[in-house]
Design a binder for this molecule. Sequence first.
Ligand SMILES: Nc1ncnc2c1ncn2[C@@H]1O[C@H](COP(=O)(O)OP(=O)(O)OP(=O)(O)O)[C@@H](O)[C@H]1O
Length: 246
Amino acid sequence: MTRTVPRTVPVQTTVLTFRDAAVEPLWRHLDLTVTPGEFLTVLGPNGVGKSTLLGTVLGTRRLTHGTVTTGARTGYIPQQRMADPDLPVRVRDLVGLAIGHGILHNRRPSRSTVDRALDEVGALGLADRRVGTLSGGQQQLVRQAQALAGDPQLLLCDEPLLSLDLRTQRAAVELLDRRRRERRTAVVFVTHNINPVLDVTDRILYLGPRSHVTGTVDEVMRGDVLSDLYGTRVDVARVNGKLVVV
Ligand SMILES: Nc1ncnc2c1ncn2[C@@H]1O[C@H](COP(=O)(O)OP(=O)(O)OP(=O)(O)O)[C@@H](O)[C@H]1O
């Protein structure tokens, strides 16, 4: 006899949804869903509203129209900003604060949990350093550890590869790719350079000065599509596996 077992835990098919969303005058009519494990790369020129888009998910910027919905546990790697050189906080304590509920629940995360988060991004050796004394790239790694430490279901990354050397960039992208494959973390990745994430990008949201477009790399990174978006001729070429936009 076969029996149908009722599904008690609904399968989560969406971690983030924009419906006819706008932050005028930057962008409007944005309809977008992000699913678990998806890697969405957000591209567009300076000032077009990429960070603003992340801000609407985080609740720091308000939509002027439409809705944005997420119920996901969210991690955030902010755009690079140097910490105050005199900040009297050690890396291990800073990451500890991000993990759990350290302060809110009056429970300090164990040292091994914090160290695991630092080790995952290759920054364990920085654990006892004061944050303000770290280089830009080292601070960026600490921000990665903070964002990943809370085991996010949705990870918002604002140009997270800035200041990282090529090898460290590659390691960071591999880490995000592993996360989304193994833990189904959805990644929204704002960048000016798609090449480091070309192989892991499922979809692109390209915000242009006139409108926006979403689709796979092959659908979006085309001369005719980008020319339309910019209102001027744009060519896209592949050189040694990399995309060059001119
Ligand atoms: N809190 C804010 N309130 C109002 N306007 C803002 C705020 N933050 C940024 N802006 C403006 O919104 C516009 C878009 O900024 P945003 O940082 O989202 O662009 P971006 O696409 O991420 O740019 P970049 O690639 O240079 O980082 C800019 O003109 C900026 O000055």
